[in-house]
Design a binder for this molecule. Structure first.
Ligand code: UDX
Length: 440
């Protein structure tokens, strides 16, 4: 926004001073291609990172709320409510500090009707004569392609209650500077809130759907890539998000489906809740099935077997390991007694360590974090590919094979590598969505 609206002043504030310091340093707190250049171009000009929260609230005409809303409970089959305490506190602070009209924009993904909660807190706590309009403007960017998604969004949704049309126009005028008008759509506040939850649920459902078909492919000897192509060329289905994998991860899909399940349950819509719960169950089953396949196909089991884990991020292009399938899979492999040599080009070591929490009787889980793929591979017998990083395609697989304990195995969780080449080299190669012996 700061890049595209040079005449608008943007102040980013946070209660976490370390994070703000990082945003003001040469090492930004998140890795995202293209972000460094943009921050460098606008920082100190019309993009300020600060901890002076009250000053920023006082001065602002528009406040975008981008506070995290984690799930309150884990593994609850009735879903999980989003924790809105951060948002509530923030609203009280805005109400206390504000002395003139402001537009409050929900950017955080929130349960349907959070706008009500926000409006009530603001109304009940505001200074005399100060009014607010509350809008919903959900963010649809994906990690790894965030800058492209922001510059060329499929759509921008601006939701508001009746009577907020003026505020919607103001926000629209910001986006209009780089987004074509027909891609900026306005709608009711609650539709907008629900559109965000529903978009993530539908995307996750597509991944679970194709992963469920991948299980059938592995059993009957069909090829999931061929099936995906055969389905995706139907314009009504479309080809995106039909890539079979070890399962979906990330900060959004699981949390938002949990939130949708909770919302449905609280509305008495049990069948709806159960339907979306199945998408999560399918995802768990895909991860467990992958581990089971490694157990079944490595002769003699996994006890004391050295496994190279290539990729830990929940997807390529990001250093984010929140809710990554790699965490679930690695913990299950450790439980089998395997020792893991893990390499990811972007995930910080500490994040990998924090994810490997499995408790084993009388022994410590055996894992090592490596800083290049060859270090992880040399001396291992098994390779599992858990994130589709391009650099794994560039590995010299002939050299890798010669440095491994034989017979050498590759389990490819993303259909990243060339199956026939690897089999020629002598690898036992198995990938998600294909039978180990090839087409039947
Ligand atoms: C998602 C939504 O795409 C985005 O619109 C929303 O704003 C935030 O949540 P993100 O979580 O960054 O974005 O990544 P996404 O590209 O959607 O991938 C999510 C997970 O699904 C990843 O683990 C990815 O590997 C997996 N996936 C995706 C598949 O397994 N197969 C696919 O075909 C696509």
């Amino acid at each position: 926004m700061a890049l595209k609206c040079p005449k608008v002043q943007f102040t980013v504030v946070d209660i976490d001073s370390k994070r703000i310091a990082a945003w003001n340093s040469d090492h930004l707190p998140v890795y995202e291609a293209g972000l460094d250049d943009i921050v460098r171009a606008r920082r100190g000009i019309n993009l300020i990172f600060s901890t002076e929260i009250d000053n920023a609230i006082y001065d602002a005409d528009i406040i975008l709320i981008a506070i995290n809303t984690p799930s309150m409970e884990k593994d609850n089959r009735l879903g999980a409510a989003a924790d809105l305490r951060g948002i509530e506190q923030c609203m009280r602070r805005i109400a206390k500090v504000a002395r003139h009209y402001k537009i409050i924009v929900e950017k955080s993904t929130v349960p349907c009707r959070t706008g009500d909660l926000i409006s009530n807190i603001l109304r009940q706590n505001s200074n005399p004569g100060v009014n607010f309009d509350v809008l919903s403007n959900p963010e649809f960017l994906s990690e790894g392609s965030a800058i492209r998604d922001l510059l060329y969004p499929d759509r921008v949704i601006i939701g508001g209650l009746d009577g907020t049309e003026g505020a919607q126009d103001v926000l629209k005028s910001i986006y209009s500077r780089w987004v074509p008008d027909d891609r900026i759509i306005t709608m009711g506040l609650w539709s907008s809130e629900l559109a965000k939850l529903a978009s993530n649920a539908l995307l996750a459902q597509r991944v679970s759907s194709i992963n469920s078909i991948s299980a059938v492919c592995e059993a009957v000897g069909a090829d999931i890539n061929e099936v995906s192509r055969g389905c995706g060329l139907d314009a009504r289905i479309g080809s995106q998000f039909l890539q079979a994998s070890v399962g979906f991860g990330g900060a959004c899909f699981h949390k938002d489906i949990q939130s949708l399940i909770w919302l449905s349950e609280s509305l008495g819509l049990h069948d709806v809740a159960e339907y979306w719960d199945q998408v999560l169950k399918m995802n768990e089953s895909q991860m467990s099935r992958f581990v089971q396949r490694v157990i079944n196909e490595v002769e003699g089991g996994l006890k004391d077997i050295r496994i190279a884990v290539l990729g830990f991020a929940f997807k390529s292009g990001t250093g984010d390991a929140r809710n990554t399938p790699a965490s679930h899979i690695c913990n299950q492999l450790l439980r089998q007694g395997a020792s893991l040599f893990i390499y990811d080009p972007k995930v910080p070591d500490e994040q990998i360590r924090n994810n490997l929490t499995v408790e084993l009787d009388n022994r410590k889980p055996q894992f090592h974090i490596c800083h290049d793929a060859y270090n992880a591979i040399a001396g291992s017998q098994v390779i599992v590919i858990l994130t589709a990083w391009d650099e794994f395609q560039a590995v010299d697989w002939s050299e890798a094979h010669s440095q491994m304990i034989q017979p050498a195995y590759i389990f490819d969780g993303h259909r990243l590598l060339d199956a026939s080449y690897l089999k020629q080299l002598g690898f036992h190669y198995a990938s998600v969505g294909t039978h180990s012996k090839g087409r039947i």
